[in-house]
Design a protein around this ligand. Structure first.
Ligand code: MLT
Length: 234
């Protein structure tokens, strides 16, 4: 039977051999939710970049530059990290270079995996259907916050484990922890997350509607996948 594991923080990724695995990178609030939304609205490609200056330089190569640090748009960048910025018709066909506090760092740290997919509640069922059909073992990499574990990415990991569990064997205890967390939270994830540090941070920044949107399952069917340093539709 195929296996599934959960890396609760990118700082733990050295514990896993990703070379034969499909890795699902998740940053629910809000990087991977933004990426999925952007592809659902016709973006051509997204280059995820860990470094802010490197991302800024991509402007010279004709990219739209998107960036956030500590929840706030980087001054001078074209776009920030709210999914609502990636929903209008002008998004269609754009090539975006994207840097965020944690999400793009987690993608960078996952390089070396056999395949990298971008997950969020917004494309939860699409991702789980794809993973069921694939032969690869699975690792969910939670972006967390600056190396620390966070609740919202762990909840997504639990939701995905819950969907796949009858067909896929947990490789360790982290999938079980995440699944239990999700089962405790699933009836009201917004309430469950009200004490989480990033929800509190976003609320302090008056960013409210992004939170409930990013927790809404199955808005889109797209699956972004990393190929040669660039995210494109699978
Ligand atoms: C991140 O990558 O850390 C985030 O998506 C932060 C945010 O803008 O909410």
């Amino acid at each position: 039977m195929k296996t599934i594991d959960v890396c609760l923080s990118p700082e733990l990724i050295h514990l896993y051999d990703v070379s034969d695995k499909t890795v699902v990178v998740v940053d629910i609030l809000r990087a991977t939710s933004c990426m999925v939304t952007a592809f659902a609205h016709g973006v051509e490609s997204i280059v995820p970049i860990a470094d802010e200056e490197e991302c800024e330089r991509m402007k010279l190569q004709g990219y739209v530059i998107s960036g956030e640090r500590n929840g706030q748009k980087i001054p001078g960048f074209d776009k920030g990290n709210s999914p609502f910025e990636y929903m209008d018709e002008h998004i269609n066909g754009l090539k975006i270079a994207f840097t965020t506090t944690n999400g793009t760092q987690a993608i960078e740290k996952s390089k070396g995996a056999k395949q990298i997919l971008i997950g969020s509640f917004l494309n939860l069922s699409a991702i789980s259907r794809y993973l069921l059909m694939s032969d690869d073992n699975i690792l969910i990499v939670c972006a967390g916050w600056k190396g620390k574990i966070n609740l919202e990415d762990s909840l997504f990991a639990g939701a995905l484990v819950d969907k796949l569990r009858k067909h896929i064997e947990p490789d360790c205890d982290a999938p079980l922890v995440a699944q239990e967390l999700y089962l405790a939270a699933k009836d009201d994830m917004l309430k469950f997350l009200s004490a989480s540090s990033h929800v509190k941070r976003l609320n302090r920044l008056n960013i409210h509607k992004d939170i409930s949107f990013c927790l809404t399952p199955d808005q889109y069917h797209v699956i972004p996948s990393l190929k040669k340093g660039e995210l494109r539709l699978l």
